[in-house]
Unconditional design. Structure first.
Ligand code: FES
Ligand code: FES
Length: 161
């Protein structure tokens, strides 16, 4: 089996692992690291459910090989809570805003949606509605109609000022 040793940072923790060279990043995150907040939907780069931050930029982890994160920094939805725990005892302001405005229904799109929003707000503290919608255009939500998601990003931006 063709494997490679990689070193990377995930949610603030440096790790070394050996991965199969054909393993996708979403498989590695979910099955190899047990971080199941990252969802696997279409597996074709269309839905955004698998979005994670790669050096601060949102990427589709279903279209990325695990070996590509060698030397890089990854953030998953688990990394956003300040405690960095699965218990989510202290939510990131974007996570809290999604809860507060009811932008979560089935929740399948939510981790990817929040990470796309985080990438936007890290670069632009005062985005317009159009910029918010552009930032999440790679993330499909089948439940909310998007208005509450935009409302949540707006609320998070206000709270983070
Ligand atoms: S699962 Fe990756 S974009 Fe849909
Ligand atoms: S809340 Fe169900 S897909 Fe977005």
């Amino acid at each position: 089996m063709n494997e490679k040793k990689i070193s990377f940072t995930i949610n603030g923790t440096k790790l070394n692992r050996t991965v199969e060279v054909h393993r996708t990043l979403v498989e590695f995150i979910r099955d190899g690291l047990g971080l199941t907040g990252t969802k696997e939907g279409c597996d074709e780069g269309e839905c955004g459910a698998c979005t994670v931050l790669f050096d601060g930029k949102p990427i589709h982890s279903c279209c990325t090989l695990a070996v590509e994160i060698d030397g890089h920094e990854i953030v998953t939805i688990e990394g956003l809570s300040r405690m960095g725990t699965k218990a989510m005892t202290c939510l990131d302001p974007i996570q809290q805003a999604f809860v507060d405005v009811g932008a979560v229904q089935c929740g399948f799109c939510t981790p990817g949606m929040i990470l796309s929003a985080k990438a936007l707000l890290d670069e632009n503290k005062n985005p317009t509605d159009a910029e918010m919608r552009t930032a999440i255009e790679g993330n499909i939500c089948r439940c909310t109609g998007y208005d509450r998601i935009v409302e949540a990003i707006k609320l998070a931006a206000e709270r983070m000022k």
